[in-house]
Ligand binder design. Structure first.
Ligand SMILES: Nc1ncnc2c1ncn2[C@@H]1O[C@H](COP(=O)(O)OP(=O)(O)OP(=O)(O)O)[C@@H](O)[C@H]1O
Length: 404
């Protein structure tokens, strides 16, 4: 499939603004790393380019390690779409295969972002890229969580859990669940003109790519969704690493490790239960407004133990990372845990709730703690499942405080 030649300006259209050299740095900080164009991974594209003879790129929605995602206007159906342009290589094909499994086996996909169409795009340097056409969603929970009130944030946990339950019922493990893979809904923007999109979402600010990076092509700052555009429900996206339950994988760790279940850091394969640890991290973020677990490496594990006040299972000893960076005291079952000299600086879950949600009632606090402790159970076989949590009295009581 070919794209139209550069520059595309059929009706004297508005394609955003090239920033001057003073502001280039801001665009480059927000956008995907240029290096990955040089390496031939990302597909160089530009605002105004028409893909597959029908999708006119209008703005940038976001990017990840394996794609750039663009806001486009489908001129055939006269609607807005999101185009996820995968990096070159097998990654896009794998995601397509997984999307097909989901579409065929998950009974209710209403809380999952599944594709409407797909096509293959030839990059400027001859590489092949899978392009998914998705419905346009809002920003991820990653970008906007702290700026919206708990009354709007917390109900999102229920929709996320419903999506996860449906995925797990079909025997599919997301494997990369994190707050960047959960998107808010937005009011439909199909009827917005390009000018209205730029007015509400910000004008595209961009920097041209160089010849070595792939011209014609642009680095573009992502849209900024105004909070008043956000709607429920949230939906789970990015099935690029998903597996069917029981699949053995080469690397068990989830990266970045912020949402990674502790057993995966000890060599255990990803599972529906490890998705539930990730879910609990997101639940805590929705509930508290900030991450309950942060950082990475050994200090993150120490912080988890300090937060929960429990040592890791003894039989995990010797399986962390390369085996040399683990602390012995993580697995100390002697009842001395937590050792205040080491853990005194770490904040317990109870303190976090009291500090970040001082306004809630005692009952609500107990329900929130009960949910988090069962989602943060170390042993995957003891961790609450999505189906169980949806039926759980504490979860339902907590949701009722938020009119869900
Ligand atoms: N349908 C959509 N509507 C709006 N924005 C989207 C949509 N799909 C993706 N995005 C945006 O693009 C970002 C990257 O998407 P996604 O996580 O699917 O990419 P990825 O390259 O597979 O990422 P990762 O490195 O996390 O695996 C999302 O966090 C979101 O901001």
């Amino acid at each position: 499939m070919a794209s139209t030649p550069f520059p595309t300006n059929p009706n004297g259209g508005d394609f955003g603004d090239f920033v001057d050299s003073d502001d280039e740095c801001e665009v480059e900080t927000d956008a995907e790393p240029r290096m990955r164009y040089l390496q031939g991974l990302y597909c160089p594209l530009y605002i105004g380019e028409v893909l597959d003879s029908r999708y006119r790129i209008e703005h940038k929605l976001g990017w990840g390690g394996f794609s750039t995602v663009w806001l486009a206007h489908d001129v055939q159906e006269n609607k807005a779409v999101a185009l996820k342009v995968s990096v070159s290589g097998q990654r896009g094909e794998y995601e397509l295969a997984m999307q097909n499994v989901i579409i065929q086996t998950v009974r209710d996909t209403s809380n999952l972002v599944t594709y409407q169409a797909v096509f293959s795009l030839r990059g400027r340097q001859g590489s092949q890229h899978t392009v998914f056409v998705f419905p346009v969603r809002g920003p991820s929970l990653d970008t906007i969580c702290s700026r919206i009130p708990p009354t709007f944030r917390v109900p999102a946990a229920k929709h996320l859990l419903l999506g996860l339950k449906n995925l797990h019922n079909a025997g599919i493990v997301h494997r990369d669940l994190n707050s960047g893979a959960v998107l808010w809904s937005i009011d439909p923007i199909d009827h917005w003109t390009t000018a209205e999109k730029y007015q509400r979402l910000g004008r595209p600010r961009k920097v041209p790519l160089s010849e070595e990076e792939g011209i014609p092509g642009e680095l573009v700052e992502s849209v900024r969704f105004p909070p008043d555009l956000l709607r429920h429900p949230v939906c789970i996206c990015d099935f690029g690493l998903s597996i069917t339950s029981g699949t053995r994988v080469e690397n068990t760790v989830q990266l970045p490790p912020l949402f990674c279940a502790p057993e995966r850091l000890h060599g255990v394969f990803p599972s529906c239960a490890s998705d539930m640890w990730s879910f609990t991290c997101i639940f805590a973020k929705l509930y508290l407004g900030v991450e309950a677990i942060y950082g990475g490496g050994p200090s993150m594990i120490s912080r988890i133990i300090g937060m929960l006040g429990l040592p890791l299972p003894e039989h995990w000893r010797g399986y962390y990372g390369d085996g040399t960076t683990a602390h012995d005291w993580w697995y100390d079952q002697s009842g001395q845990m937590p050792r205040t000299d080491i853990l005194g600086g770490y904040e317990t879950l109870e303190h976090k709730i009291d500090r970040l949600r001082p306004e809630i009632s005692r009952d609500e606090r107990e329900h929130a703690l009960s949910i988090m402790y069962r989602g943060f159970a170390y042993l995957p076989e003891q961790r609450i499942t999505a189906a169980q949590l949806l039926e759980d009295p504490s979860f339902n009581a907590l949701m009722s405080y938020y009119n869900v």
